[in-house]
Design a protein around this ligand. Structure first.
Ligand SMILES: N[C@@H](CCC(=O)N[C@@H](CS)C(=O)NCC(=O)O)C(=O)O
Length: 204
């Protein structure tokens, strides 16, 4: 039987990977439709807001990666045990996105001189600030982000961190022992481990 989920995204990890992690965690078969950059202009007009990832299911199209993750997390029971925990998970995921949106302009800067100027605050202030706080959060939650157990915030971070490291061109969790433990905790989940082993190799 054909998979009921079809994920369309570029051939990279980035915003598609948390969705792939959640589908894999839930043992949900999915078509991993990877678009080459050259094909994107043709496909773009047919997507809801001209962006990917999109997730197709039962003839419907979902967009916005965090919303898709939240929807899948409910199905695979990686949400909070109450509304406050859900709030904490959402806040963590939004914080990870804030960090991504701060590193992005540094990575995508084309002007080498401006990039050099941006490097100062990125590496001396922004990344250390976020890493310190996220690391402390995991320390206080016994190796996870929220309430000492695995939630989709953990999968979201671990799926995204390679992309963040790629953009920063450094291991941003090298000095964050608790985030390293979190990463180990997620990567040892058998379904995630199996996904990492079988997923296509890409630059990031
Ligand atoms: N908030 C959106 C952002 C999506 C986004 O920025 N997608 C990028 C790729 S990572 C994209 O589609 N870029 C191509 C374009 O905008 O033409 C999400 O989380 O899904």
């Amino acid at each position: 039987m054909a998979p009921t989920y079809k994920l369309t995204y570029f051939d990279i990890t980035a915003l598609g990977e948390p969705i792939r992690f959640l589908l894999s965690y839930g043992g949900m078969e999915f078509e991993d439709n990877r678009i080459q950059k050259e094909s994107w202009p043709t496909l773009r007009p047919s997507t809801p807001f001209g962006q990917m990832p999109i997730l197709e299911h039962n003839g419907k199209v979902a967009y916005q990666s965090a919303a898709i993750c939240r929807y899948l997390a409910k199905q695979v029971k990686l949400v909070g045990k109450n509304e406050w925990e859900d709030l904490e998970i959402d806040a963590t995921v939004d914080t990870i996105t804030d960090l991504r949106l701060k590193i992005g302009p540094y990575y995508y800067e084309q002007d080498e001189k401006i990039k050099e100027v941006k490097a100062g605050p990125i590496f001396n202030e922004i990344i250390p600030f976020y890493m310190e706080k996220l690391d402390a959060q995991v320390k206080n939650n016994n190796g996870y982000f929220v309430n000492g157990r695995l939630t989709w915030a953990d999968l979201f971070f671990v799926a995204m961190v390679d992309y963040l490291c790629f953009m920063a061109n450094k291991d941003i969790i090298a000095n964050s022992p608790n985030l390293q433990i979190l990463k180990e905790n997620v990567l040892k989940v058998p379904s995630i481990k199996a996904w990492i082993e079988k997923r296509p190799k890409c630059e990031y």
